[in-house]
Design a protein around this ligand. Structure first.
Ligand SMILES: CC(C)(COP(=O)(O)OP(=O)(O)OC[C@H]1O[C@@H](n2cnc3c(N)ncnc32)[C@H](O)[C@@H]1OP(=O)(O)O)[C@@H](O)C(=O)NCCC(=O)NCCS
Length: 249
């Protein structure tokens, strides 16, 4: 097998969120684990967030034996825009692009939407839960403020109030990705999530894109129900591990 350079880098945004040196590695393979350790030790990394494909089971087992702990399983779904007609919106929800001055409102809503969220940050008992909640609200805020984070943010208005949002990023001309979305807890289960995804599909269709991808934790059944009902299909999945270098030294 040819050796492939690991895709590992310092994550300044995570360092900012948690106040410690954090690195990220994606598409990890067993033959890269020594090089990843060297990178982290050289760069005085305290915590590494590392993902491998779920079909790399022997890599996952090697990671476990080297001090990596499983934090979540992320599953990706894909929907070709032309595969079937995109359904109509329901009349009870208005989907529209966010206004820049609504960034604070959306960020505040995101705190409630993602409080105690079952993702890899909250799963790590060494991270402060309030800091983990804040990851999602600051991500929502940055998605509205910075074009390099998201190309568009759509919001859902329910009874005249912003009640949900979805951030979309173009990975290429043909591929759009739903990077973050949520609905206020008080109005979940009323089809607002479905309408946000319909809005995302329609917006991507207007750009000439070919397909949309989106991911979530395998435990997030409400999200996956929304997606499969709108014609998304599972694509691939990743395990997310954390490794603390101050424990495994
Ligand atoms: C996932 C989410 C966006 C779905 O939005 P929504 O407006 O509730 O979606 P819908 O009303 O279209 O309903 C989707 C399905 O999930 C169910 N559901 C929604 N919220 C639920 C909850 N809190 N608990 C259990 N089931 C729930 C709905 O009842 C519906 O299933 P059903 O028709 O069989 O009853 C929303 O639940 C949410 O914001 N969750 C917290 C944040 C999150 O998970 N974001 C997505 C990250 S990928």
């Amino acid at each position: 097998m040819t050796f492939v350079q690991p895709q590992v880098h310092l994550s300044l945004i995570d360092e900012d969120r948690f106040g410690i040196r954090i690195a990220r590695a994606i598409n990890v393979r067993a033959d890269q684990l020594d090089a990843i350790d060297s990178f982290c030790i050289t760069n005085q990394v305290r915590m590494l967030i590392a993902r491998c494909f779920v079909d790399e089971l022997s890599t996952a087992q090697d990671m476990e034996s080297r001090g990596y702990s499983l934090m979540d399983t992320l599953i990706y779904f894909k929907r070709k825009l032309a595969a079937a007609a995109i359904p109509d919106f329901s009349s009870a929800v208005l989907i529209r692009p966010v206004e820049q001055e609504e960034a604070e409102i959306v960020a505040t809503l995101a705190v409630d939407m993602f409080r105690g969220y079952k993702g890899h940050y909250h799963a790590d008992r060494r991270l402060n839960p309030a800091d983990c909640d804040h990851v999602y609200s600051s991500w929502a805020y940055r998605s509205i403020q910075l074009r390099q984070v998201a190309d568009v943010v759509l919001v859902a208005e329910h009874e005249g109030q912003v009640a949900g949002f979805i951030a979309l990023r173009m990975n290429s001309k043909s591929e759009g990705e739903g990077t973050l979305y949520g609905v206020s807890p008080a109005v979940q289960g009323h089809g607002i999530g479905r309408n946000l995804i319909i809005g995302a599909l329609r917006w991507l269709e207007s750009t000439g894109a070919d397909h949309m991808i989106i991911s979530t934790q395998i435990t997030n059944v409400p999200s996956q129900k929304v997606w499969v009902r709108l014609g998304f299909e599972p694509m691939h999945a990743h395990y997310t591990f954390h490794k603390w270098y101050d424990e495994s030294a």
